[in-house]
Ligand binder design. Structure first.
Ligand SMILES: Cc1ncc(COP(=O)(O)O)c(C=O)c1O
Length: 398
């Protein structure tokens, strides 16, 4: 077997299962999970219906590059959302969800013969780490700074690490922090990329769920504003899963540096990553419609407006810039918090330390929990009320 497989870390949910083994959840409460970050608002019926009209496509092998109308729909969305004009044939490529693409990208980009490093935020989406390890690179974890709205502290990466860095994962809006990267941060990371020659993979799968008036700045948008119109060494990853409530569809796209995408397409042709024509039809329909996205965002906004103030009474939490998580500070161990909460109130949350790694003596997820507000408002509110009771009862217990 490939020895690099042995380097993969257990997924956070495996660790959660181990933590909860032997815990008997309170029988007085029905179970509520804020653990898994999977969208649970209903899929718009028009997306489901568009699949039925495309079933005849099952009779042919799809091209890895996708149908022109899908690439055009993706480019059209980039134009409407960010005011960007991209060439759909060279600068846009459909992918089967951003997860597979984020993983595959490292396999295509990394040269493992040159002592490669992949820099990623800490805490982070675990696929970045697995992608780096299986590509033969060493991950380096750049901590997010709670004092600066959880912005990633790129200055903590030593110059000798940057010198070996071939790929940087950026996650904006961030999972789990919800932080959106401002233009100055982009300018910094572009300058580093120019200096050290690394590629930037910009994971933007939460870009359509936001709480400020202004929509999150995208990586390609930032590049354009800074005069980098060719998107040198920059590829953005986006997805329909959260935007359109279709995590089961497995559909997204990548866009940016045409020379990199040409090589990525070559890689994907061998890997067999073509998208089903049925999924392509549904994706065209979804990218071309914005009304359902606005409705979806409204649901999240209402939910977060009700739940966040309740929790802020008992823990260090506030409305994030974007995304569907609350990233809250709890007193003491995040693991004990999660275990005791399950035992006493039957609510599942994810310990923050499972979403981060210890680096330079610090695990930036320790003492925090991630709560995914993906269920309906009533259920999230009930969970929040139980958490308030739980924290208050802990405080009163000596
Ligand atoms: C930060 C981040 N990136 C990417 C993904 C993958 O999403 P998908 O493969 O559904 O596009 C997720 C899923 O939870 C995520 O949290």
């Amino acid at each position: 077997m490939n020895p690099l497989l042995a380097k993969l870390q257990p997924y956070p949910f495996e660790r959660l299962r181990a933590l909860f083994a032997g815990v008997t959840p309170s029988a007085a409460h029905r179970p509520i999970s804020l653990g898994i970050g999977e969208p649970r608002h209903p899929t718009p019926p028009f997306i489901q219906d568009s699949m039925l009209g495309a079933l005849s496509g099952l009779a042919v092998y799809p091209a890895t590059g996708g149908e022109p109308r899908l690439r055009e729909a993706c480019a059209g969305w980039l134009q409407r959302r960010y005011g960007l004009t991209l060439d759909p044939t060279r600068q846009v490529l459909p992918v089967n969800g951003s997860r597979e693409a984020l993983f595959a990208f490292a396999q295509a980009v990394i040269d493992p013969t040159r002592d490669a490093v992949v820099v990623c935020p800490n805490p982070f989406y675990q696929i970045y780490e697995g992608a780096a390890l299986l590509a033969g690179a060493t991950p380096w974890y750049a901590p997010s700074d709670p004092a600066r709205n959880f912005a990633v502290d790129w200055d903590r990466v030593p110059p000798e690490v940057w010198a070996r860095t071939q790929l940087v994962y950026v996650c904006s809006p961030g999972n789990p922090t919800g932080a959106v990267m401002p233009l100055e941060e982009w300018a910094k990371i572009f300058a580093l990329s120019d200096r050290y020659g690394f590629t930037i993979a910009s994971d933007e799968c939460y870009s359509e769920i936001y709480f400020r008036d202004e929509p999150p700045l995208g990586g390609l948008e930032a590049a354009t504003r800074l005069g980098r119109t060719g998107f040198e060494r920059l590829v953005a990853f986006t997805s329909l899963s959260k935007r359109s409530n279709v995590p089961g569809l497995r559909s997204g796209f990548v866009a940016g540096d045409a020379a990199i995408l040409q090589k990525f397409l070559l890689y994907r042709t061998y890997h067999g990553s073509a998208m089903s024509p049925v999924v392509q039809a549904a994706s065209v329909a979804a990218w071309n419609d914005e009304a359902h996205v606005v409705d979806n965002r409204t649901l999240y906004r209402q939910k977060f407006a009700e739940v966040t103030p309740l929790l802020a009474r008992v823990m260090d939490v506030r409305l994030p810039d974007a995304g569907f998580y609350l990233w809250a500070g709890v007193a003491g161990s995040d693991e004990s918090f999660a275990r005791d909460l399950l035992a006493q109130y039957n609510v599942t949350v994810l310990p923050g330390s499972y979403l981060a790694r210890e680096s330079q003596g610090l695990n930036p997820g320790a003492g925090r929990i991630r709560m995914a507000l993906v269920a309906d408002t009533a259920e999230c509110l009930e969970a929040a009320q139980r958490i308030v009771q739980f924290v208050q009862s802990r405080k009163s217990t000596p």
